[in-house]
Design a protein around this ligand. Structure first.
Ligand SMILES: [Zn+2]
Length: 58
């Protein structure tokens, strides 16, 4: 079982990026890096909470 995050699920419809990881912390680290590099966005607690509501188990 892994956790998957997809930019499209948080409304970033022009980005096909997905991130998968074995743990929530690992996933958030990966998502934070992508958000900063690809979108120039620093994740804060609000964004993290929102992102986590869209994470799926795959
Ligand atoms: Zn993205």
């Amino acid at each position: 079982m892994a956790l998957e995050f997809a930019c499209q699920r948080v409304g970033v419809t022009d980005c096909n990026h997905t991130a998968t990881a074995e743990s929530k912390d690992e996933l958030l680290a990966s998502v934070a890096e992508h958000a900063k590099d690809a979108h120039g966005v620093e994740l804060n607690d609000t964004l993290i909470d929102y992102a986590l509501t869209t994470v799926r188990e795959v």
